[in-house]
Design a protein around this ligand. Structure first.
Ligand code: GLT
Ligand code: MN
Length: 393
């Protein structure tokens, strides 16, 4: 039994979406299974459990159509909870998917009036998020997709998405809000296909924004979305990190290639979850670690808080395992052996020059010998790691 508490602290930068905690267990086939928790109770409960931040959709906290006076009161109430518990508001976002007006898209709708409403709604949501101190603003294009490809040209859809993003980036810069944007990729659901399906798609799209806007836009990939596409979260997060674009994580779990399950982090694939945490430890990720999942439908309100606590606890335990793996001598000795190569060939093509070309082209290689000369003991390596994770090393 470990002596460590694995209790969350604010330096972990753990966050939860308000919508994760207020989730009442409704799914496409069944009604709510628990009483929906009011947003204020959710934020307070998170703060009391030492969660660093919360994130919210405009309408998670501010009902659609709320009067100016109602909005002011809600802002005061949220601020009081933040002051009482020490929780911060780390990210905001806009609900551009629930109301039927968005049934065929928000930024990518055919109707300019709907596109205008979407951008108008986002600007108001950004103002509220900025007022509450949010440092990031999320863009999950839940309705930006299609079932009938005859209806919409994907090039036109991406052009519309870009127009909205450029306008909103300029809005943030002009207001001098200290806020980044992140795009959250997802391959499908609720639309048959979504236009920003993977990290790579989003990274490529960001580079097509107006030059002053590119630096402020990154990604917040979600484990479940990555696995719905059958991809590897370690590699998807890795590429976003390498590009300097991983501003926020949406952590949860998911059985591959299924509907969006939003399971508790680490509950479906511990080893994959370990590698996500290891990546963040190895590369000193300092961004927002938000959990975007919900408790099983079979849970009541107490179960929702068990869910909140175990997401963070599992992350902290896996973090400890990442340090254990790093300190394990058998693992590091084997890795050193595996990663060693013939150093004489290093830096032959790091800088292009005619001399470097001549030298490299003139070399003689014996691929048969190179292929068989050295064992890569991956069976042993993976077993050592497995045993570290299982706690017997
Ligand atoms: C929705 C979705 C999430 C997104 C949220 C942000 S809403 O629950 O499944 O992955 O992050 O809009
Ligand atoms: Mn998410």
């Amino acid at each position: 039994m470990s002596m460590m508490s694995f209790a969350p602290s604010h330096s972990d930068k753990f966050a939860f979406g308000v919508w994760c905690v207020t989730n009442a267990g409704r799914d496409p086939f069944g009604d709510a299974t628990r009483k929906p928790m009011p947003a204020m109770q959710a934020i307070r409960g998170l703060g009391e459990r030492n969660v660093w931040g919360f994130e919210f959709h405009d309408n998670d906290v501010f009902p659609l159509g709320a009067s100016a006076a109602q909005v002011r009161k809600i802002v005061r109430d949220v601020r009081a909870i933040m002051a009482d518990t020490g929780i911060c508001c780390c990210s905001g976002t806009t609900n551009l998917f629930f109301h039927p007006v968005f049934k065929d898209g928000a930024f990518t709708s055919h109707d300019p009036q709907i596109r205008a409403y979407a951008v108008h709604k986002v600007m108001h949501a950004i103002d509220l998020a900025a007022e509450l101190g949010a440092q990031n603003f999320l863009f999950w294009g839940g309705r930006e997709g299609a079932e009938v490809d005859a209806a919409k040209d994907p090039i036109e859809a991406i052009r519309r998405f870009r127009e909205a993003m450029n306008f909103l980036c300029a809005y943030v810069r002009q207001n001098k809000y200290k806020m980044t944007f992140t795009i959250e990729p997802k391959p499908n659901e609720p639309r048959g296909d979504l236009y920003m399906p993977s990290v790579g798609n989003a990274l490529a799209f960001i580079e097509t924004l107006d030059p002053p806007n590119r630096a402020m836009v990154g990604v917040n990939p979600e484990v479940a979305h990555i696995k719905m596409a059958g991809l590897n979260p370690y590699h998807e997060y890795g590429q976003a990190l390498e590009a300097g674009k991983l501003f926020e994580l949406h952590l949860n779990d998911q059985k591959p290639v299924r509907y969006d399950q939003d399971l508790t982090f680490g509950s479906a694939s511990l080893k994959e979850s370990f590698f996500i945490v290891k990546l963040m430890v190895d590369h000193k990720f300092a961004g927002i670690k938000a959990f975007d999942a919900h408790a099983y439908r079979s849970e009541d309100i107490d179960g929702v808080w068990d869910f909140v606590e175990r997401n963070m606890r599992t992350y902290k335990i896996l973090e400890e395992k990442a340090y254990e793996a790093r300190a394990n001598r058998d693992l590091s000795a084997l890795l050193e052996e595996i990663q060693a190569g013939n150093k004489a060939y290093e830096k032959l093509f790091t800088k292009y020059s005619p001399a470097a070309v001549r030298k490299l082209k003139a070399l003689k290689f014996d691929p048969d010998k190179m292929a068989t000369g050295r064992r890569l003991a991956y069976e042993k390596l993976d077993q050592i790691l497995t045993e570290i994770l299982l706690g017997i090393r």
